[in-house]
Design a protein around this ligand. Sequence first.
Ligand SMILES: Nc1ncnc2c1ncn2[C@@H]1O[C@H](COP(=O)(O)OP(=O)(O)OP(=O)(O)O)[C@@H](O)[C@H]1O
Length: 527
Amino acid sequence: MLLQLKFGIASFVRNYSTKVSPKLPFKKPQITNATKPRISESNSTKVSPKLPFKNPQITNASKPRISESNSTKVSPKLPFKNPQITNASKPIISESIEMQWTDQQLQVFEAIERRQSVFVTGSAGTGKTMLVQELIKLLRKIYGKRNVSVTAPTGVVACALGGQTLHSFAGVGLAEADAETLLSRVLDNRTVIKRWKTIKALVIDEISMVEGELFDKLEYIARTIREIDEPWGGIQLVVSGDFLQLPPVNVGKSSDNRKEFAFEADSWDSSFQLEVGLKTVFRQSDPELIKLLQGIRTGELDAEGLELLQQRRCFEEPDETVVRLFPRIADVNRVNDMRLKGLGEETIVYEAFDKGDKPWIDQLNRGMAPTKLQLCVGARVMLLQNLNVKGRLVNGATGTIIGFKKSCKSDIAKICEHKLLPIVKFDSGCDKEIGTHTWSVMVGDRARATRLQLPLMLAWAMSIHKSQGVTLDRLHTNLSQAFGYGMIYVALSRLRSLDGLSFSSALNPSKIMAHPKVLEYYRNHFL
Ligand SMILES: Nc1ncnc2c1ncn2[C@@H]1O[C@H](COP(=O)(O)OP(=O)(O)OP(=O)(O)O)[C@@H](O)[C@H]1O
């Protein structure tokens, strides 16, 4: 019944919104006064473009927001024809991974099929990334590869999804200027104009790191360039992330009324027909740890939780199979270099083989795949690719190099003069020869840069920022060095179980911080 109602609303909305999508009365959108966003002269960045339309489906009253309370009541029947999603329990079976999707995840697939824009949130380990990866495949099937752009604010996440950074997609450089100036910059670049005009769907992952100001500016650019008076000029949006994880870099740094978080953007509410707060946590199964992490996520750790954490304090150096998480990259490099040298073994060097132009290669450099990887027997490594989910050979799986094997494949010769493939003994028990992997920066259906490298990185230590999205069995960290909102939560929520945690300093509870604006947003929308 509830679901029917939602479908009813959705189809009403679709019909209605297609009827009322007035064409803008101009040809050159950026320069007529009529279409100019209302930007205050005194401080253009403070005032975002007002939306000149009222989209019926996006009023708070009618928009479905799915959180735990209703998700379990709804048992979705899939009403669409796509052959991959007619099987109710498995909407999509990717080539290598079979998943059982939750009701909430299924509802997102349905919304995508109905061409609706969705925002998917939820705490760490609720399957946002997994879902987004499948949604990208679905969108590409619906619209064709070239009409779907996949983006994220950071190179690490963009590379992991095979997409590009949001800034490079949008053609807005650092995006510090006001919306009007950015629009004229975009209009100077034919390739970027074409991209904005032709895409049908835009995916933005890790939205927590996108500033509200930027969100509004991009919405304005999309709507104006496309000359369609609908949110984002009619582009179907898939936005995902957890605002209680890492925030935009400048959060709390300026005293004016900047829209710091994307949900503060004027265009945020009108951008989505469906907002889903995923509730089922997959990464952890221990209810005690899940409760503890929820407390850390919202900055409300109780005395019991604090005590549980304090018990994980460890006064000895952890054994080297435990990944050390550091807030700062300098510490990561120091520990990895020191441990590698400490082994005293001859190292094999793997130099990434890159193709493409500079700005795109720069993005690859910010991703996970190292430019230069040095390995030797005994080196601790982390897998950067999902090889076999059931066998737990997933992104983040750790192991030790136990040997090397000569390969006659041509790819390996491009990155290693000795043509040696490493053999890793994974902590889960299996031995696996690791072949090369190619990362691409995709713009539509075109690879602008590619990197051939082993899908491995040294894993004695890693940064908390790079650990976002990774699942770890054991980690050691120094929480006293954490800074900013969400960092402790991101670090600890990588764990599968509490047994895998140790830290070297007493925990200062005041470092566990959740931004009040974010808490209020979640309270108002998802609780
Ligand atoms: N429907 C599902 N059924 C079973 N396992 C799932 C499902 N969805 C996700 N998972 C598993 O849960 C784990 C966490 O998923 P994922 O990384 O997508 O979570 P996330 O919400 O993106 O986490 P984070 O916010 O920390 O990046 C993964 O190991 C993934 O395989």
